[in-house]
Design a binder for this molecule. Structure first.
Ligand code: SF4
Ligand code: SF4
Length: 423
């Protein structure tokens, strides 16, 4: 990635420390990904993106900014990309998934903050991620307490808009969320200098719907008895979808889905017959957090679905793209986004319903409920997940972990015992 040094300098990055990150990432990717056999050819695109992760897409964004476009960095699947795209802006995900960024986050945050928040703050303050340097504006949300406080710290360093997410899903909450999206649209219009019209918003809704449909096709292939793709590869597709251009993302996912359909037709599987099928649920797995998938898929099981924000929550449910007025479209967006089931809502019975449905659709043998350390929302909701899975007769294993490798051996032992128990 040496060709990008000038760009990184211009972005004010700490080059010396960034070199340390660039040194470890290819090794980790090689160990986890390139060691797999019989991968779909279509994964070549995502392998290439990872090999240039701090170069190729940031360079596109730098170019776009030179041409007057604005980049919005987001941290949550509730923030509607459609509004930004309608104003000719660009969205990039900013959730940090590496332990590398955690120590810089811990300089300003309590250690007892979840690693995702610490890594996200650390990536900005430590100046070691070009995406965090590039964004013209960060868009935060009031989902969990840790994030709410982190926005105040990040807001000292970068322009920040915060969307007030309801904590319940009553009719009045959805209406309030539509109002919040409308306010966000005004902020986006001001920063980009572009007016959002109903035509542009419907067009943006179509673009994002196409991306969702394409990702859903890849997931659909994972319902097959003979699995044409590993969970690790599907996770990588989801993780990079947060950074990529949405139209290109849809094209590449559709291309991969075509190949997977063909593999299903030909009976090609990347796992031996009888491999146990695991559904992962819980907190998001931001790139490059591949830890649990790697453990599961080297313990005699396969991950067939992620009920996570880096999974089904990101692409399920479409938005009506035929609204006549902006207010109607903001409401249509609010309705779709409020169908996402995050543990920050109370009650959050929709997530339990989703889990039971997905477990059936993907014919899973067991569920692993993964919780990032210090996320008390998902940790507490684990009680309901376990209760519901037991009632549905689905074995469940609860796991708490962080971004370090210190617990990897212990986790592997527990996962192996769980897989053996599945028979
Ligand atoms: S887990 Fe909740 S807060 Fe985190 S990205 Fe998903 S919806 Fe947003
Ligand atoms: S994992 Fe939990 S604590 Fe961490 S950002 Fe998401 S909701 Fe907040």
């Amino acid at each position: 990635m040496s060709n990008y040094v000038e760009m990184w300098k211009d972005l004010g990055m700490d080059l010396e420390n960034h070199d340390n990150l660039c040194a470890v990432l290819p090794v980790a990717f090689g160990d986890v990904y390139l060691s797999q056999e019989n991968r779909p050819e279509g994964m070549g695109f995502w392998d290439f993106v990872v090999s240039e992760i701090h170069g190729i897409r940031p360079a596109e964004l730098v170019e776009a900014r030179k041409n007057g476009q604005k980049v919005f960095g987001t941290f949550c699947v509730y923030v509607p990309d459609e509004v930004v795209i309608a104003a000719n802006g660009i969205v990039t995900g900013l959730c940090g998934g590496s332990q590398f960024w955690v120590p810089d986050g811990e300089k300003v945050l309590p250690k007892s903050t979840c690693p995702l928040i610490k890594a996200s703050v650390g990536a900005r303050l430590g100046k070691t991620c070009p995406f965090f340097r590039l964004a013209d504006m960060y868009v935060g949300e009031t989902t969990c307490d840790g994030k709410k406080k982190a926005w105040e710290i990040l807001g000292e360093d970068v322009p920040m808009h915060i969307m007030d997410i309801p904590q319940m899903k009553r009719a009045e909450d959805i209406e309030r969320w539509a109002g919040e999206i409308k306010k966000f649209a005004k902020v986006v219009e001001e920063l980009t200098g572009n007016e959002i019209t109903i035509e542009k918003l419907n067009e943006a809704i179509k673009t994002v719907n196409e991306k969702r449909k394409a990702m859903a096709r890849v997931y659909e292939a994972r319902k097959a008895e003979k699995l044409p793709i590993s969970g690790k590869d599907a996770l990588l597709m989801s993780q990079i979808a947060f950074f990529d251009d949405p139209t290109r993302c849809a094209q590449m996912c559709n291309k991969l889905a075509d190949e997977l359909d063909k593999r299903i037709e030909d009976g090609v599987s990347v796992f031996p017959a009888g491999t146990k099928r695991i559904l992962l649920t819980g907190t998001p797995l931001a790139i490059p957090n591949w830890k649990l998938h790697h453990i599961v898929e080297t313990s005699g099981a396969a991950v067939v679905c992620e009920e996570m924000c880096t999974g089904t929550r990101y692409f399920e449910n479409l938005v009506d793209d035929s609204c006549q007025t902006l207010d109607e479209a903001y409401m249509a967006l609010a309705q779709r986004y409020m169908k996402t089931n995050c543990a920050c809502f109370t009650p959050n019975t929709g997530r339990i319903d989703d889990l039971v449905r997905l477990a059936k659709e993907y014919k899973v043998d067991g569920v692993i409920d993964v919780n990032l350390k210090f996320c008390c929302l998902y940790d507490t909701e684990g009680y309901n997940v376990e209760k519901a899975m037991k009632a549905a007769g689905i074995p469940v294993l609860g796991i708490e972990t962080d971004y370090t490798d210190t617990d990897a051996e212990q986790l592997k032992t527990r996962v192996q015992a769980f897989v053996e128990m599945l028979g």
